[in-house]
Design a protein around this ligand. Structure first.
Ligand code: BMA
Length: 332
């Protein structure tokens, strides 16, 4: 497998990594990116407190990493400046961390969706901000759910999100996870949940799928990426910092109906982004991981797709919107 021919990786990749961060940082990835008030803004997952050298020396373990969410701005979407302090963190007796933030501008405010690890399961969070200093948390899902992304407009009078509950018990005790959609009148109460795409519909996933970057509006429908995981337990052994990591994460693309985004109009039956570049296949925390988290549609038709690579750095690839739409031709 390989990435779609229309994908152009930015020569500056990775566009953000730990060395650009002015506070403790080991892994900078899985960011949310949008345009807000004339600038590009990025909220990134920052894992800190453990280095690869610590792990190799046996003095710390990968799961001792802690996480906060950092903030960066850019005038061109390529060169980023990180603010002096992280902008968001959740920690209490119950909650160990918030991570994997996604950004959507709606009604002039920024909505951040994120994942939350708690003692009683993984929850999806939704917070609203206008300045990236004060965040009002509007909602936390029941466990287990994450990878939530909000559409940039109300649809049929409702806020709409894609999400990825992970029902282990009812899916044979394995990762067989799918993409779902829910609606809300106010960002706090969520319901009217529908299945959007099942893992069995993605030929290059034998494990699980989930949302990736928040959808963008096009004349043909909502264009949206997703992540797709395949496992090869026999062939993939030591990979990144961990003793064994057998999953590979690729990015997929599909087109959803403008009026009812639970309907898939078309999808690509091949990956959009497949781990190939050096920073995607080696030297990461978990190699062979691509996780799109931000998609920005430019006025000239270019689409910027931001993605975490190797759970270690943040990267950028571009394609023309018409090229991306041309990929979304297969029925579900
Ligand atoms: C998932 C999440 C993501 C991560 C991915 C690959 O379960 O933890 O944040 O990018 O695994 O390790």
């Amino acid at each position: 497998m390989k990435s779609a021919a229309c994908i152009r990786r930015n020569p500056a990749n990775p566009v953000l990594s730990a060395k650009n961060v002015p506070y403790p940082a080991s892994l900078v990835f899985n960011a949310g990116i949008t345009k807000y008030q004339g600038r590009y803004v990025m909220v990134f997952r920052n894992d800190y407190g453990v280095t690869q050298a610590d792990v190799d020396a046996g003095s710390k373990r990968p799961w001792d990493l802690r996480t906060n969410i950092g903030l960066a701005f850019s005038d061109d979407g390529v060169a980023w400046k990180v603010e002096p302090k992280p902008c968001f963190e959740m920690k209490s007796d119950e909650v160990s961390r918030a991570y994997d933030p996604r950004l959507t501008v709606i009604d002039g405010r920024v909505v951040m969706c994120f994942a939350v690890d708690t003692k009683h399961g993984v929850r999806g969070g939704i917070a609203v901000t206008e300045d990236f200093e004060k965040f009002e948390v509007k909602h936390l899902t029941a466990p287990d759910n994450r990878n939530m992304v909000l559409f940039p407009e109300k649809i049929g009078g409702h806020y709409v999100r894609l999400e990825r509950p992970f029902p282990v018990y009812s899916r044979g005790g394995k990762d067989r996870f799918d993409i779902w959609m829910s609606r809300s009148p106010d960002l706090s109460f969520w319901g009217q949940t529908d299945l959007v795409l099942g893992v069995e519909d993605v030929p290059y996933s034998n494990d699980k799928i989930g949302p990736a970057a928040p959808p963008i509006r096009t004349k043909k429908g909502w264009l949206t990426t997703f992540h797709a995981v395949d496992r090869d337990d026999a062939a993939r052994g030591k990979n990144g910092w961990e003793a064994k990591w057998t999953k590979r994460y690729t990015g997929g693309i599909m087109l959803l109906d403008l009026a009812d985004p639970s309907k898939v109009i078309g999808m690509s039956k091949e990956p959009l982004l497949f781990p190939e570049a050096p920073y995607e296949v080696s030297g990461g925390y978990r190699d062979h991981v691509i996780f799109p988290g931000g998609m920005v549609a430019e006025p000239d038709g270019e689409v910027k797709i931001y993605y975490g690579a190797g759970d270690a750095v943040e990267c950028l690839a571009t394609a023309h919107v018409d090229e991306l739409l041309a990929l979304c031709v297969s029925p579900r």
